[in-house]
Structures are given as C-alpha cells and as structure tokens.
Design a protein around this ligand. Structure first.
Ligand SMILES: C[S@@+](CC[C@H](N)C(=O)[O-])C[C@H]1O[C@@H](n2cnc3c(N)ncnc32)[C@H](O)[C@@H]1O
Length: 189
C-alpha cells in the first residue's frame, strides 16, 4: 500500500507522456501487480511482462475484476524477451531498471523489441548532478546492502546512459520529493 501511493503519480505521469493512441502496440516491462493498467486508454493494446508469477497472479485477478480491455500479461524475463525485433511502438519500464539483475541487458532488450524510431519510456530513481549531496552520500552508504534491499540505491544516470546510449528527448522529475525521474527517449537504432 505504501509503495503504491508513492509510485502511482509516476505511473500516471509517464502514461500521460506516452500519449497512447488506439493503434499503439505497447510493451510494459516489470508490470508487477498491473496497477498501471488502469491509466492506459481503453483501446490501446498493452502487453505487460514480469518475472514474478506471484505479482502476475494479482495482475490477472485485477484484469478480470476490473474488466480491463486490450491488456495482456505474460511471465517473462525482461532481460530475455521472447518477442521479435521491432515489435512495439512504445516500450516502458516503471521502477524496474534499478531492481533487475542486469540493467544493461534489460535496456538492450527494450531497444531491440521497440520499433526503429519508436519510443522508450523509463520511470526510475537515478542520481543526477542536481541531487542533494547528503542524499547522494546516504544512497552510496546503502550500496553495500543493495543485494539485501533488492535495488540499487545509488544509480547515477550518466553511468546508466553510458551503456544504455538512449537518445533522451525529455527528462523530468516525479513522485515524492521529486526523487524519481521520467525519461522519454527515441529509439534511433
Ligand atoms: C518495484 S516493482 C514495480 C512494479 C510496477 N512496475 C509498478 O509500477 O508498480 C518491480 C517489478 O519488476 C519486476 N522485475 C524485476 N526484474 C525483472 C526482470 N528482469 N524482468 C521482468 N520483470 C522484472 C519485479 O518482479 C517487480 O514486479
């Protein structure tokens, strides 16, 4: 419940930025319990994947209970997507880049399955130049226990984009204390 309240504004904001149209074919990586699905337009086809069967079980029940249309979920590892190259118009990852085992492989997969000149969207916490020094020190202090926490507390955007090589069109802040970033990139292959 706590995480839901914190994450929700970011889900809403990123889907608004995605500006989905009826014909869009969207992939959401790390869909979790499917709490984002309600924010997509009814007609837009969304495939949500997640590595956790337990999370997907909740998502499945949510889709049935809320009668959510054109939204499908699949058990899949975002680092090994079983979709062909250039399949989706828009690929989005919400709060997954910091928790996946290998973010470089995940983002390479996002780019591979996204159409050339399609759009990639990410909402995640990245450390940036503008961040408060004490916050950065705190995050760095937590890094030795990142495996126990299950996410990377200190994750500089420059470090991520050195390998992700995203053509960033827009980067904005969202959620509590503006701690998270929304990234919109063009998939120029
Ligand atoms: C912090 S939760 C966020 C869930 C959801 N995106 C949301 O906004 O509520 C991260 C999710 O990513 C999933 N995940 C982590 N690594 C993954 C991977 N390699 N492939 C697919 N899903 C993954 C987890 O199972 C979890 O459901």
């Amino acid at each position: 419940m706590t995480f839901g309240q914190v994450f929700r504004p970011g889900q809403k904001a990123i889907i608004k930025k995605m500006d989905c149209i009826e014909s869009d074919n969207v992939l959401e990586i790390g869909i979790g319990t499917g709490s984002s699905l309600q924010y997509y337009p009814k007609e837009t086809k969304v495939v949500g994947i997640d590595i956790s069967p337990d999370m997907l079980e909740v998502a499945k029940k949510r889709i049935a209970k809320d009668k959510i249309h054109n939204k499908h979920i699949l058990l899949m590892n975002g680092e090994r997507l079983s979709f062909p190259d250039n399949t989706f118009d828009k690929v989005v990852g919400m709060y997954v880049v910091s928790v996946t085992q290998n973010p470089q492989v995940l983002v390479e997969e996002m780019k591979r399955v996204c159409k050339n000149d399609g759009d990639i969207y990410i909402v995640n916490h990245f450390s940036t130049e503008q961040d408060n020094l004490f916050v950065k020190m705190f995050e760095k202090g937590l890094m030795p226990i990142s495996k126990i926490l299950g996410w990377k507390p200190y994750f500089p955007f420059d470090e991520f984009n050195a390998y992700a090589n995203l053509d960033v069109l827009e980067m904005s802040k969202v959620n509590l204390f503006n701690y998270w970033n929304i990234i919109h990139a063009s998939n120029n292959k």
